[in-house]
Design a protein around this ligand. Structure first.
Ligand SMILES: Cc1ncc(COP(=O)(O)O)c(C=O)c1O
Length: 394
């Protein structure tokens, strides 16, 4: 029996041990632990990698989304659209601004925000709000960038789930029409492309997580926002550092969301390898899909014509998923589920009153998704073993 882990962070560490140790040593030598030159250097490099002018390093992907929403002026009474099949952090960031997440279902092929459903939903809500009262803009931190009206929807967060970008052109057109901010949740899409442009560079801003298991992972918690908008970047830089533009001069109420120096230095060292790692994930995914071709009861992930998918997660759809997952476990193969409960059905978001049946595609995905082992160092032999065992089981 072959052992195939879901993820192998040790293999990657060993492959670049000297570079990692040198990166950490630099920070120790300079004692630049909180923010500082190594974070600034990484911000510059990562923004350039994404094709953006500005990069803002923060403590996590959740913080990146949160600060971005605050900087756009989103606050209590506002609503922000996202999808129900994401990691819960996408909705939490909205809630932590005092705003309310509203969900629109996903496309059944790409598992990302369905632009047609988005347009239908906005049309319905704008018709409903035509007779509502007009309120002036208020916000808990900055004044609203988008004028407020009885129509409370202020922004949309498409999620580039598993490393495949959402269909951004129609989403951006619709957002423009309804005067919405667009924040890309690119927490799983480092280096993914939409029509040749990097994920994170298409909307008002793109948010990334460098949680250790991501395609670009820190050695602890970290995140970043990239944007072309210098004014927005300036606001986020203030917010992450106690609202100060100058030491001990606090212009707005902020928080402490600075990235650690050690994470900045490690991320700079790892960024040099990201494209090669993404290539390797793409090769592994292609091999999985080829080997699983004959298995009719399985749906393998597809790559949209507009996309360059970077397979943070390689998720199959299978009937009797839990049984298949347990049997694979018995054969030494570790799998994951991303995610077993769509956000609207979690206990945390029960208060929204959205029951089962509200978002049929997301709900079916949650029942059927099975994430196979996926990391750059996975060998073709391991991929073949996993595919053979799956075919034997179904
Ligand atoms: C889609 C998505 N959004 C947001 C986050 C939050 O990132 P972090 O864990 O760095 O806070 C993640 C991380 O798993 C994610 O996958």
């Amino acid at each position: 029996m072959m052992k195939v882990p879901f993820l192998d962070l040790k293999a990657q560490y060993i492959s670049m041990k000297e570079e990692i140790h040198a990166a950490i040593q630099q920070v120790l030598d300079k004692t630049a632990f909180a923010g500082g030159p190594f974070v600034a250097q990484f911000e510059k490099e990562f923004a350039a990698f994404c094709g953006c002018r500005e990069g803002i390093g923060v403590g996590s992907g959740t913080e990146a989304l949160w600060l971005c929403l605050l900087a756009l002026g989103i606050g209590p009474g506002d609503e922000v659209i996202t999808v129900p099949n994401s990691f819960v952090a996408t909705a939490e960031a909205i809630s932590f601004c005092g705003a309310t997440p509203v969900f629109v279902d996903v496309d059944p092929r790409t598992y990302t925000l369905d632009p047609n459903k988005l347009e239908d939903y906005l049309k319905k809500r704008s018709q409903e709000s035509e007779t509502g009262n007009q309120q002036p803009a208020t916000s808990n931190v900055f004044s609203a960038r988008v004028p407020r009206s009885a129509f409370r929807i202020r922004a949309v967060i498409p999620v580039h789930l598993f490393g495949q970008p959402a269909d951004m052109d129609p989403i951006l057109d619709i957002a423009r029409k309804y005067n919405l901010g667009v924040i890309e949740d690119a927490c799983q899409a480092h280096g993914a492309e939409y029509k040749g442009e990097k994920a994170g560079s298409l909307g008002d801003a793109g948010c990334f997580s460098f949680y250790p298991g991501k395609n670009l992972g820190a050695y602890g918690e970290a995140g970043a926002v990239v944007t072309h908008n210098s004014e927005l970047a300036g606001k986020m830089r203030m917010l992450r550092d106690h609202g100060q533009s100058k030491k001990y001069h606090h212009d707005v109420i902020g928080w402490n969301n600075r990235m650690d120096g050690i994470q900045g230095a490690i991320l700079s060292a790892k960024l040099k390898h990201l494209s090669a790692w993404n290539e390797s994930r793409r090769r592994n995914s292609q091999l999985y899909s080829e080997l699983l071709k004959g298995a009719d009861s399985i749906i393998v992930p597809g790559e949209a014509a507009y996309a360059r998918h970077i397979y943070h997660v390689y998720a199959l759809r299978v009937q009797n998923r839990d049984k298949v997952m347990n049997s694979l476990g018995e054969r030494g193969i570790s799998c994951g589920i991303h995610y077993p409960v769509p956000i609207h059905l979690t206990d945390a978001y029960k208060f929204l009153g959205l029951g089962r049946g509200s978002f049929p595609v997301a709900e079916q995905c949650a029942d059927e998704f099975l994430s196979l082992p996926m990391f750059p160092e996975l060998t073709p032999e391991q991929v073949e073993y996993v595919a053979t065992e799956i075919k034997r089981l179904i």
